[in-house]
Structures are given as C-alpha cells and as structure tokens.
Design a protein around this ligand. Structure first.
Ligand code: NAP
Length: 566
C-alpha cells in the first residue's frame, strides 16, 4: 500500500499515504538522478492561494522513453494473462484506491478546491467504474468473438474458417482533465478501460493535482505488483512548470505508444491529435473536449414550472463552480412571461451566491476572459454576475500566491437574432456562466438546435402540449449530441451500460464512441481475423473448445458455452 510512517517533526507515528514528488516509472518511485531541481514545480491550493510544500519533479525525457519501452515489454506479458487476471487487477486497483481513505480526499481537495463531499462521490464513482470494467472483462462479450466455420466441401471453392475478435492496441497514454482529479485522471475511466482491454497505461499527470495523481499512481502500482503483472503495466509521469507541454508531446510521439486518451480542453485535444497524426505511423487519439450542453425550455414547461426549472438549472450551473464538462452553458427558452420568470429566479440565486474556488489561476483567467467577451457582445444583457464576474483579488486576475482563486457565476440574456449573429456564443465558457437565448417560435428553437456545436448533452424541458416540438427537437438533437436528457439537467453522468459520454466535434473527435460506460473499452482494441488458423494458434476466446465459456456469434447465431457443448 502507498503508505509511509510520518517522518521527523511529525506529531504522530501513524501510517499515512504520502507523495514524494517523483514520477513512477514501471514500478519505481525513486528520485531521478538526472532531474534538474530548477524545473521542480508546486501545486497551489485554489481556496487559499497558498503554495503546497512538496516539490514535484517533471519527468525527464529519459523517464518518458523508459516508461514507453517498459510498457511495450509488459504488453506481451499481459497478452498471456487471462481475462480473469485482468479483472482481478482492476478489482485490486479499486480496493487500493478505497484504501487511500480520507488522505486522498484531503490532498485532492487541497489541490483543486473541490469539496471533500464532491470528491468522495467522485472517488466512489471511480471505484464503481473500475469494478464495472472488471465485470465487463470477465464476461468477455465486448470482444465480439465471432466464428464462421469453414466448409472444405463447399463448391466451387471451399469456405475458409474465419474467426474474429477485438485485440488490444498496445500501450496507451492517458491525459486526464483538471476538473475530475479522480474519475477522469490517473485511475479514471480511460485507465480502467485500457487496462481492462489488456493495454499498459502511461499517465501524463495533470499539473493541477500532482499530489493526488502520484498518490493514486502509487495505489495502482501496488495493485499491479499484487496482481503479479509486469511493472511496465503502469507508469505515471509528473508534468508541470516549464516542461509541461513537452512531456505530453514526447509521450504521444513515443514509438511504443499505440493510442492516446485525452480529457480536457479543445485546444489540448487538437494539439495532441495533430502530434499523433504527424507521426510516421499515426495513432488514434480519443479526445473528450469542451461542450456547451444546450438546454431547451419549451412554452408549456415554462407555464407552470419556470421557478422549479430555474432552481434545477442554477444547481447544475454552480455544481463544482461550473467546472463540469456537462455544465449547461446555453439555455434556449420560448419567449413568454415564464421565460422572464426563469431568468429572474436564476438571477436572484446567482446574485446571492458567494464566489467559489476555481481549479486554478489559468482556469479562472480563461473563465473571466470568456465571460467578458460574452458581456461585450452588442445585444447581450448581463442579468447577474456580468462582466465583473469573479472575485478579483488585489494580486490580479491570475490568482497569484496567497490569493484565493475564486469566481462568481454569471447569467446573460440574448435574443435569437443576437445568438445567430455571434458565433462566439457557440463556444464553451468553462465555468459557472450561461446565456439564456429567447426564441420567438418553436421553429426558432428547432433552428437553434441545428446551429450549436456538437455537444456531450442536450436537455429538453417540456409540458404536455409540447409533444410535437419535442419530437422535432429529438430528431435534430440525435445528430448533434451523445445524450438527450428529458426534463432534467445535464450534470450527473451515471456510470452504466447504456451511458454515452461523447458526441460530435468539438465535444469529441470520435463521435462513434463514449468515454464513460463499458463501450469505452472498445477504443483500445481493433478487430483481427484469423483465417484457417490451427486450433493451437487461436487465442482462447476463439478456440473451438471455448475454454473461457464466452457467448459468441457462431455461423451467424449468438450462442453460449452451454449451447455449444450440447
Ligand atoms: P487542459 O488544460 O486541456 O488539460 C488537460 C491535459 O492535457 C493536461 O494534462 C494538460 O497538460 C494536457 N495538455 C493540454 N494542452 C496540451 C498541449 N498543447 N500539449 C500537450 N499537453 C497538453 O484541460 P483542463 O483545464 O484540465 O480541463 C478543462 C477542460 O476539460 C474543459 O474544457 C472541460 O469541458 C473539459 N472536460 C471534458 C470532459 C469530457 O468528458 N468531454 C470531461 C472533463 C473536462 P499540461 O497542463 O501539462 O499542458
């Protein structure tokens, strides 16, 4: 377990998890002799602005190279492991993650400003994700094992024996987002699904939560050891300070890295995709990026429920101070008294809200920049918060040392015409800000649905008489988003078999898949067909004897182990 006894000067001798400030390369968390101390960086507590005491050392180029090489070696050893072994690895990671207890929540809260209550829910969700993938890997039907049996006597040519399944791609580089230090970071969905598929993982640590990342990485490393997987199965590379961008780029260019999972900003996702596509052997990058999550509030919903919808939207908007990929950024409402009541109710709540921590100075600077950009648009009215949104401390908007990094929510109102003329309104404002766009007719609402950029979600609030408009919107939204929410808000992504957390560009660069839910595992594998293979050469999943007892598609019919044996 990633624990050490509290050191000299400590008032207690209890065993507690610690971070050392060094990357973990194929099981080794030791100081790197060639690291340069002047490149060390520190984390900042956004709630107080104070720098945290530990020096984190960005990975050296040699460490990135070694992580890739060791991952490649491990890949072949993992191919020889059974699905049960891989499931057990995921279960051990889940167990070790839980074992980090409150120490993990406190470190994560100190680095991100997120509350321990929110982080506890995120930790539990991460554990649930790991266990879900363990179950998926054990069951094995994600591999889509398919057999078309040969027919030597077929005329005029014999029919070959064809057997197909998904085969893991190789080592995967994972880039987590700053706003989900657990669920979309070191042991989050990308890591869990890639390990489940049989791919070693190299995590590029997020500079906003390096201590959290290292602590989780030590728990994963410990689980790798306990499960008797090779050490190269998992590496964690610290990155931050001056070298932050080059570490990620070196990793994506590494010849042993065969795919990339990214969660973060549009700019970051596109930069990594470009690097990957310029390799002599381009590799896939699965980038989950920004999203505006439009909400449509129809006429009859506004008649009786304006205030309760406003309440739900407000709660969704300020959840984690708006730093959610599913934060509702655009609200399209039918012109009515109800729409104005909704704006008033949301504005009242926003005006009364205290400034809350942002994830870091960079996030707040970007947020304030975007809010001020929106506020300057002719015809956009600031209804709450407005251009001054965000608590600006004496040290300046960047949130320097010793100044809390805070921001307040903001709400704007615009007409449909203003929305149409200003494409900047289509772009994500990452933080607690939304624009209510007043639409004169149902046609304008439908037209608006064809205009916004690809998004993770869209929500429709409707009353009983809005059925025709809901039908029309649903048809349009199927083409624009990954998840359509009826009479509900977009925040709150359930980790479940039917979940889709994805969508057309720019929400992601791979709209045919999802980052949450079992289908995410398929991103790290590709289909391989074995033709007329001798039984001994076939992977267990495709052997005629079906030693794993998988459900398979044989000669066009789904069957299971019991039926096959009969
Ligand atoms: P970010 O600034 O893009 O950082 C994400 C990761 O990418 C970091 O590790 C960062 O490392 C790296 N990175 C960014 N640009 C890079 C570049 N040019 N070259 C190499 N590495 C690069 O994002 P964030 O601030 O952490 O997260 C906020 C964003 O994530 C929001 O837009 C939010 O909507 C989105 N998000 C999306 C989802 C989803 O599922 N779609 C979920 C959560 C968050 P360095 O800082 O070291 O460069």
């Amino acid at each position: 377990m990633a624990t050490e006894t509290a050191g000299a000067g400590s008032t207690s001798n209890v065993t507690r998890p610690v971070t050392r400030g060094w990357s973990i390369v194929a099981g080794s968390n030791d100081p790197c002799p060639t690291a340069t101390p002047e490149h060390a960086f520190k984390a900042t507590n956004p709630a107080s602005g104070a720098e945290l005491p530990i020096d984190f050392h960005p990975a050296t180029t040699r460490q990135v190279q070694t992580a890739g090489e060791k991952a490649w070696e491990a890949f072949f050893a993992i191919r020889a492991k059974s699905p049960g072994d891989r499931a057990r690895l995921l279960e051990l990671i889940a167990q070790r993650l839980r074992g980090l207890g409150d120490a993990l929540l406190q470190i994560a809260s100190g680095e991100t400003g997120l509350t321990t209550t929110r982080l506890m829910a995120e930790r539990d969700r991460t554990v649930h994700t790991l266990l879900t993938f363990a179950e998926v890997v054990r069951r094995g039907d994600w591999l889509r094992a398919t057999i078309d049996r040969g027919e030597a006597s077929r005329s005029p040519v014999p029919k070959p024996d064809l057997r197909r399944m998904l085969v893991p791609l190789g080592p995967v580089a994972v880039f987590g987002a700053g706003n989900f230090p657990l669920a979309y970071s070191t042991a989050g969905g990308d890591t869990a699904s890639a390990l489940g598929a049989g791919c070693p993982v190299i995590v590029k640590g997020h500079p906003g939560h390096p201590g959290t990342g290292e602590l989780v990485a030590r728990a994963v490393t410990d689980a790798v050891r306990a499960a008797e997987f090779p050490p190269g199965t998992f590496s964690f590379l610290h990155s931050g300070g001056e070298r932050e961008k080059s570490i990620g780029a070196t990793l994506v260019r590494h010849p042993c890295v065969r795919a990339v999972g990214f969660t973060g900003s549009l700019g970051g996702g596109l930069a990594l995709e470009k690097i990957a596509s310029e390799r002599s052997d381009p590799i896939p990058v699965y980038a989950e990026m920004g999203s505006t999550n439009p909400v449509f509030v129809l006429r009859h919903a506004l008649e009786g429920q304006a205030k309760s919808i406003a309440e739900k939207l407000y709660a969704s908007l300020v959840n984690s101070n708006g730093q959610m990929c599913t934060c509702p950024g655009l609200i399209f409402a039918s012109r009515s008294d109800g729409a104005e009541a909704l704006i008033r109710a949301m504005s009242d709540r926003i005006e009364a809200a205290e400034p809350a921590p942002m994830l870091g100075g960079r996030t707040r600077t970007n947020f304030l920049g975007r809010v001020n950009e929106v506020a300057k648009i002719e015809g956009v009215e600031a209804r709450a918060g407005g251009p001054q949104a965000g608590h600006i401390p004496p040290g300046g908007a960047g949130g320097g040392a010793k100044h809390p990094v805070l921001a307040s929510p903001a709400l704007f109102r615009a007409t449909y015409d203003v929305f149409v003329k200003n494409p900047t309104l289509l772009e994500e404002v990452f933080g607690p800000a939304a624009v209510v766009v007043i639409c004169d007719t149902d046609e304008q609402l439908a037209e608006a649905a064809t205009r916004f950029q690809g998004s993770l979600t869209a929500s429709i609030f409707a009353g009983g008489y809005d059925a025709a408009a809901v039908r029309q919107l649903t048809t349009i939204l199927e083409q624009r988003v990954g998840r359509i929410v009826y009479n509900g808000v977009p925040t709150g992504v359930e980790v479940a078999h039917a979940m889709v957390h994805g969508g057309p560009f720019p929400a992601t660069n791979a709209p045919h898949t999802t980052a949450v839910g079992p289908m995410a595992i398929e991103r790290w594998a590709r289909p391989v067909c074995y033709q007329n293979a001798p039984e001994a050469m076939l992977p267990p999943e495709l052997k005629s004897t079906n030693p794993l007892g998988l459900r398979r598609l044989i000669d066009g019919e789904w069957t299971d182990a019991k039926i096959e044996r009969a």
